[in-house]
Design a protein around this ligand. Structure first.
Ligand code: UD1
Length: 417
């Protein structure tokens, strides 16, 4: 198993290219199984979760080819309606094939995702909404077995604007009979990207990006060529890297409007972030200040940036409170940051960070993807050497993180254990 070894203290300076979005690519790849023609996707990042999704598509009967430079070609063949446990347990997003399989084949057998390091993460809202469209579900030996006699349009009001639930329903409703209205739908840019992709395949979706989405079902979807959006969370993470090292970075291929809440918080901390001709420039001095952060559904501050901003707050002046409202149990990184000298107190949904400490390098272990990113950030500024273990989490969501950081001056290397 690999680890990352970081010698802290280097100021980051230079240009970093932001990759395609992982969280937009996953549903778009899965939606491709519904297309009758070939799908060509550009700007797909080279990540473990993408490989897992391509493996899933193969098991479901699709053929795919990833050229390794962002281009994926997919053609759906004779579909097989089963997503096995071995795959689903490594990537919870596999549950997104439920809607497309039901829409295409009228049946689906998908392993129920188990417990997850950042909370229980059930899929009850996905199932309830699909039931409203005419699907029935049984649970057998850890599998969700779904079937339907053709899906029909429905009026769904989500209890919570679930990202995955909205995506599953968008895909199912695209091939259903009649109109589906999704209320209290997720407004995340990745949901909009999926809707735009489906429309490029001939779906009739409107209202994406607002909390009411309407989908007019069509009999079939065609192939298309589509460019996936850039990764706003990866971009936000490199903004945090610029901030924590007092650096000067230019992020190219970088989303900007989609990062409004994140940029606003970094600016409040004292980071200078501007869009210029080359990309998004991030400049920070030594005297950042802590802020208060509440994670919320989009357009609020994303839960996927909570761990990273916590790392920056550890070394900023003053103190700040972080409230995590999306996931339970998403403060595991705090315990590791404390091992590096951070002053953080957790109480339920809240974390109070007392900033202004000098972090000291240590061997640390991450529990999930974004937690790993926060430990890398802490390592960049810590005195001495930090070893981040279990970096398979990072490889799920950050393309070539050590290359990108070292190209901007970080002393970081991957070591095989
Ligand atoms: C997606 C993102 C993830 C991000 C999250 C919130 C992908 C692959 N993952 O995850 O990176 O952190 O959005 O922005 O895009 N919930 C239920 N029942 C359900 C569905 C969700 O109770 O049926 C709860 C979850 O347990 C969680 C909250 O709702 O507490 C948010 O979940 P959701 O928005 O569905 O996130 P994901 O799609 O899993």
């Amino acid at each position: 198993m690999d680890k990352l070894v970081i010698e802290g203290g280097a100021r980051l300076e230079g240009e970093i290219r932001i990759s395609g979005s992982k969280n937009a690519s996953l549903p778009i790849l899965i939606a491709s199984l519904m297309a009758d023609g070939d799908v060509f996707l550009e700007n797909v990042p080279k990540l473990r979760d993408i490989n897992t999704t391509l493996e899933l598509l193969t098991l479901l009967g699709c053929q795919s080819h990833f050229n390794g430079h962002g281009l994926v070609e997919i053609s759906a063949g004779n579909l097989v309606p089963e997503a096995p446990y071995d795959l689903v347990r490594t990537m919870r997003a596999s549950v997104l094939c439920l809607g497309p399989l039901l829409a295409k084949l009228g049946r689906a057998k998908v392993a129920l995702p188990g417990g997850c390091a950042i909370g229980s993460r059930p899929v009850d809202l996905h199932l309830r909404a699909l039931e409203q469209m005419g699907a029935g579900f049984d649970l057998d030996s850890g599998y969700i077995i779904g079937s339907c006699e053709g899906l029909r349009g429905a009026h769904v009001i989500f209890d919570f604007p679930t990202v995955g639930g909205t995506e599953n329903l968008l895909m199912a409703a695209s091939l259903a009979k009649g109109e589906t209205i999704l209320e209290n739908a997720a407004r995340e840019p990745e949901v909009v990207d999926l809707a735009d992709f489906l429309n490029a395949c001939g779906a009739r979706i409107s209202g994406q990006g607002t909390s009411i989405i309407s989908v007019d079902g069509v009999p079939s979807l065609s192939g298309c060529r589509y460019r996936v959006m850039s990764d706003r969370i990866e971009a936000g993470t490199y903004m945090a890297a610029g901030a924590i090292t007092g650096g000067d970075l230019v992020l190219t291929n970088c989303p900007f409007e989609e990062l409004e809440a994140v940029i606003a918080k970094f600016r409040e901390m004292g980071v200078d972030i501007e869009k210029d001709a080359r990309g998004v420039r991030v400049r920070a001095g030594k005297d950042l200040t802590c802020v208060d952060v509440v994670t919320l559904p989009y357009p609020g501050f994303p839960t996927d940036m909570q761990a990273q901003i916590m790392a920056v707050m550890c070394v900023a002046r003053g103190s700040g409170m972080i409230k995590e409202t999306i996931f339970e149990n998403r403060f595991m990184h705090a315990l590791e940051l404390i091992r590096m000298g951070a002053k953080i107190r957790i109480s339920g949904q809240n974390a109070v960070v007392r900033g202004g400490v000098e972090l000291i390098g240590a061997p640390v272990m991450a529990s999930d993807l974004r937690a790993s990113a926060s430990l890398v950030l802490a390592g960049l500024v810590a005195r001495g050497r930090t070893e981040v273990q279990r970096i398979y989490h990072l490889d799920r969501g950050y393309e070539k993180i050590e290359n990108k950081l070292s190209s901007a001056g970080a002393r970081i290397k991957r070591v095989s254990q």
